[in-house]
Design a protein around this ligand. Structure first.
Ligand code: ATP
Ligand code: MG
Length: 422
């Protein structure tokens, strides 16, 4: 037998058994985005490598070690997108969607990062993202956070997620803080983990979210970012928290929340859960006022977030929040040769008459017992058995009366009359 070929490590098939959960989740995401008047944008999965280097930052985890980068046949360096914001800004600039306009956009699709695969962390994963362009005030930060909060509400997991907030302030304030932090950490360099030592020079803010307990211990006495906030950023942050308070959204200030991408300023936030082990961040975002200009557009403020759909589905599964789905409502079988010839036409009529009815037509010649066994295995609510001149409706499962799909037998009978008379 030929050797079987397997999927790439960390890149998962989504099997029929799992797709109803994903369709449910995607449907809610779309509906909630629409309720806030966000419109969908779809970008290619491949972009110029430079796009991500210039936006995410050269010394971030993503660009340093996680990108799928290769030369195409023309020798151009291309990268499978590791995230959506850079592509979205690129597309917005390219099509003139951003300058002097307001845009509320969402996207959904696969992202690619070469990471060590584990629960909630994959090499191909999916994000749903929101981006709002052209609005500088804290009102729009509040809007994207409220949109995410409504998602948890819709999914029934508000109790399982916590909102963490911080402000990275202005570029100047952050630069001053960086210097202070670097100076402090240099004095304690010996106690830092290797990654953090390396980051002292390249990306010192990232030391703040080091997972090493020793490093976290050192950070207890480190200078605090909020002591370096500039007045405008402080007012912006207060404007946001006042709006969240008014809307009844709880949050905690996490001074060590800095995010792994370089383009953020002012507001940053994460929705975190304790239900998924180490991969606890389900949604992360913030303001990125400099990015549009950095990528060649006219200066345009922006704010957004990205949500990991795998982590969201895992969280919903852990809380039993995925609604049951029905693949087959009616299993249709014929018990005579002439009925068999009519069966596909009857199935069509059923689909015409009962909107949304899921009809599976038995295929193959087996005896009635086997056909009924298949009908039962299909999970169908009814079997319909057609004979030469009549039909029988069999209830395979007891449902609440409200859930019954075919309640009107007269309507069902009419299906057979019209097919018979042909
Ligand atoms: P982490 O700290 O877990 O690596 P991140 O900061 O790299 O996350 P972002 O770039 O902010 O993640 O992406 C936003 C969201 O996308 C994350 O909060 C998470 O839900 C999801 N995500 C990121 N990387 C992966 C991955 N490799 N597999 C599955 N989901 C992911
Ligand atoms: Mg990461």
């Amino acid at each position: 037998m030929a050797k079987t070929i397997q999927a790439i490590r960390g890149m998962n098939d989504l099997l029929p058994e799992q797709s109803p959960a994903w369709q449910y989740v995607e449907g809610v995401l779309r509906d909630v985005a629409a309720a806030y008047t966000y419109q969908e944008i779809r970008m290619p999965v491949l972009e110029s490598t430079d796009l991500f280097k210039r936006s995410i930052g050269e010394v971030t985890d993503i660009v340093e070690k996680e990108m799928y980068t290769f030369d195409d046949r023309n020798g151009d360096s291309l990268t499978l997108r590791p995230e959506g914001t850079a592509s979205c800004v690129r597309a917005g600039n390219e099509h003139g969607l951003l300058y002097n306009q307001t845009q509320r956009l969402w996207y959904m699709g696969p992202m690619f990062r070469h990471e060590r695969p584990q629960k909630g962390r994959y090499r191909q994963f999916h994000q749903f993202g929101i981006e709002a362009f052209g609005m500088p005030g804290p009102d729009i930060d509040a809007e994207v956070i409220l949109l995410s909060a409504r998602l948890w509400q819709a999914f029934g997991i508000s109790e399982q997620v916590e909102l963490q907030l911080n402000s990275l302030a202005s570029n100047e304030a952050r630069a001053r803080y960086r210097e202070a932090l670097r100076e402090f950490l240099r004095a304690h360099e010996a106690q830092l983990d290797e990654d953090s030592k390396r980051r002292l020079d390249t990306n010192v803010l990232r030391v703040l979210d080091s997972k090493s307990p020793e490093t976290q211990q050192v950070l207890e006495n480190a200078p605090k970012l909020s002591d370096y906030w500039d007045d405008e950023s402080r007012a912006h942050f207060e404007g946001l928290t006042q709006r969240l308070d008014a809307a009844g959204i709880k949050y905690v200030l996490n001074e060590r929340l800095v995010r792994g991408l370089d383009y953020y300023n002012r507001t940053v936030f994460e929705w975190v859960t304790t239900e998924l082990g180490a991969q606890g961040t389900v949604c992360a975002g913030g303001r990125y006022d400099g990015l549009v200009e950095q990528l060649g557009g006219k200066a345009t403020p922006a704010v957004g977030f990205a949500m990991g759909i795998e982590r969201l589905v895992l969280l919903l599964e852990s809380q039993n929040k995925i609604p049951a789905s029905q693949v087959v409502d009616v299993y249709l079988m014929a018990l005579s040769e002439s009925a068999e010839l009519k069966a596909p036409a009857v199935a069509e009529k059923l689909r015409d008459q009962f909107a949304g009815l899921k009809v599976q037509l038995h295929s193959g010649s087996q005896n009635m017992k086997k056909k009924l066994a298949k009908a039962d295995k299909s999970g169908a609510e009814y079997a319909i058995i057609i004979r030469d001149n009549d039909f029988e409706l069999k209830h395979l499962r007891n449902r609440d009366k409200d859930d019954l799909i075919i309640t009107d037998l007269a309507q069902l009978a009419s299906v057979f009359q019209t097919t018979n008379s042909k």
